[in-house]
Design a protein around this ligand. Sequence first.
Ligand code: V47
Ligand code: SF4
Length: 395
Amino acid sequence: MSNPSIHTVLRDSTLSANLRAIAEKVFAGDRISPEEGQVLFDEAPLGYLGALANFIREKRHGDKTYFNRNFHVEPTNVCLYTCTFCSYSRRIKKREDGWEYSLDDIMDIVKGYDDKPVTEVHIVGGVLPQYDVPFYTELFRRIRAHRPDLHVKALTPVEYHYIFKKAKISYEEGMALMKEAGLQSMPGGGAEIFHPEIRDQIAGGKCSGEEWLRIHEIWHELGMRSNATMLYGHIEEYRHRVDHLEKLRQLQDKTGGFQTFIPLKFRNKNNELSHLDESSVIEDLRNYAISRIYLDNFDHIKAYWPMIGRDTAQLSLAFGVDDIDGTIDDTTRIYSMAGGEQNPALSTEQLVKMIRAVGRHPIERGTLYEVIADYKDTEFADDKQYRGYTSLPVV
Ligand code: V47
Ligand code: SF4
């Protein structure tokens, strides 16, 4: 996949004055304004966006494309909140369809990976009263004691807000306790759309946009890192996406603690928003590209392949994305239930080949983007098949 270069875009005499001004800013490394972000969403064609986003991507990372080896643990799929987009929560009323793991159950899952070369466990799930501060601090302690090299990336401000309120402690006290217990980073979930016009309709009752941002800010102030997401393609308008990106960019200016931005495409199976159409692949690629252009202070843009599928993940690497998340190992149900990949698992070899097939340079990273293995020149047993060699029968 290749885009027109930014030089071709700048030479295009048919370009509108607005789009030209934005392209010139991007070429000069200048920041675009919220109004210009809105112009990109409203008017910019895919090829133009790809040229700008790829320019930024290659300036930052060249062809490097990151992935990690991780697995997910979802302590429960029962939740006392009722987000309308969520296909995952069994809700309190259908509790018999769900699972609720104990500390020992979760440790058994973690121990099941003892002989596997994974570097990260991603823990996130529903919100229920028994999953409280003592539960999670004990869990983090046990995992870290059992396997100190496994990075614990866990929970979102949705859970933290709930459990700290219940424990009657401040966000500051709570996040310090989590750090002390062994939490190493926070994933980007729960962000949805910050703007209350939308958030109140799709995720009413859980932490607000401001609270989500405040908990990340406190975590960053403790010297720790986290990710950010945006759930798009449902009932929001482009102005709500611009507002979301702007709030993230402002917080990142303040703390520098975000590593990666992950746009999450709304999937419409088995939830209360099933009547909505899903966004098109073109819209998904436009959204990745605008995210790359807008978030000039984020190092990485990630395409989460279990959600968008392998083909779009490959395409996204030409639209600003430099990370395609992990091997996952079939350990998350959030997306398959909502219409994503049915059995999300890819071996390292499959991920490496996916990245190479679109001309990029695969790098296995740790959670904090430390390089674990460079697969640029690694050969696999069957590589010769697609390099065009044909083995002749030996007579
Ligand atoms: O917050 C739930 C989303 C998020 C649906 O930080 C849905 O590395 C689309 O944040 N359609 C949780 N999205 C997952 C998440 C995540 C995933 C991968 C990596 C990282 C990271 C973070 O999933 C939720 C919500 O926004 N979600 N239901 C749905 N029907
Ligand atoms: Fe609960 Fe999270 Fe689903 Fe909302 S998105 S209902 S908080 S599991």
